[in-house]
Design a protein around this ligand. Structure first.
Ligand code: ZN
Length: 332
């Protein structure tokens, strides 16, 4: 008997054919990392407390994640990149969170972070706040992501739940993601109030780690809430730029900037030192329960800013479909 060859009839996802690179990261002892972050954040915030705690139940308010915690085989991935967005958007760059979960050797894992929607699915360009429990055997994916776009009615921010509009787990162009099993467990808690320096919470943490760990790459992923105050964000326009964007100034003129209000729930990925994979070393997107969300820069109310966050160091970084032609424009 000869088995019929079914492979040519099996639909295959060809969207993501890029290569995958993997590097090990330095994972510091959590207590040591607390001390490092405490002393660094003290230079930027007047009231700081960094400690090791049990991760709060992230299925609860204000998070509403599809998993309880940030623990279990933590890893990060940088998929695609800004060079696929600018100078000219490459609309064939479509990725799928379930595929990515296998590529980072964590099928069924939970993913959070910052990315862009797929235009093929949504018919537009928009900021994506991925929160996805990827599919596993006998369990479909749970997509709790948000996306924010420019409302054509009033040119303001329009934040929507992804699953209210779309059914897939696709994204486009680029994403920086933290992945884990979504288990409860010990994490780093960061409380920081009243900003006294120029650095955002994420930049302050990342640069502190860069200063302390030097050539060793330490990556953190997690979530933080701006509990009081306001923040500066951007949202990409629904339409890609008609002309190529060749400088940071041109990119900033194309982006739409807003000041949005707490409480805002941000998802972040940061790497102290790029181990030579052309990584975006920090990327943070956030949502709210009052219709605002987007790409985070910094709070705009240093005197009243209050942050509470939970983070864990990643063990590996995976670089998926790294652009062969690269540049440093538009990575803020
Ligand atoms: Zn972004």
């Amino acid at each position: 008997m000869h088995e019929p060859d079914r492979s040519i009839h099996t639909p295959r996802r060809m969207a993501n054919t890029g290569k995958i690179e993997k590097a090990q990261l330095h994972v510091p002892d959590l207590a040591e990392l607390c001390q490092v972050l405490q002393s660094g954040l003290n230079k930027n915030y007047s009231d700081v407390k960094v400690s090791v705690v049990d991760c709060p139940d992230l299925t609860q308010d204000p998070f509403g994640f599809p998993v309880k915690g940030l623990c279990g085989q933590p890893r990060i991935t940088d998929v695609g990149g800004v060079p696929y967005l600018i100078p000219v958007a490459q609309l064939d760059k479509v990725y799928n969170m379930n595929t990515v979960s296998k590529e980072v050797e964590l099928p069924g894992g939970f993913f959070l972070g910052a990315g862009a929607v797929s235009r093929k699915t949504t018919g537009m360009n928009a900021e994506l706040m991925p929160l996805v429990l990827t599919e596993a055997e006998e369990r479909p994916a749970v997509n709790a992501s948000y996306f924010s776009s420019i409302n054509p009615v009033d040119e303001k921010c329009l934040l929507e739940k992804y699953s209210d509009r779309f059914n897939d787990c696709d994204f486009g162009l680029l994403a920086n993601l933290y992945a884990c099993e979504g288990n409860p467990g010990q994490v780093i808690e960061v409380r920081a109030c009243v900003r006294t320096g120029e650095e955002s919470l994420v930049s302050s943490m990342r640069k502190t780690m860069e200063e302390h760990y030097g050539e060793k790459s330490v990556a953190l992923g997690g979530t933080f809430v701006l509990q009081k105050g306001k923040a500066k964000i951007h949202i990409m326009p629904r339409e890609f730029s008609a002309c190529p964007l060749n400088t940071n100034e041109e990119v900033n003129n194309w982006l739409k900037h807003f000041e949005v209000s707490a409480p805002l729930i941000f998802q972040t990925v940061m790497v102290s030192k790029d181990p030579g994979l052309d990584l975006r070393v920090e990327h943070t997107h956030g949502f709210s329960h009052h219709g605002e969300g987007g790409h985070y820069y910094i709070d705009t109310t240093p005197d009243t800013a209050e942050y509470l966050g939970y983070f864990l160091p990643a063990e590996f970084v995976y670089r998926i479909d790294r652009p062969t032609e690269t540049h440093d424009i538009g990575r803020d």
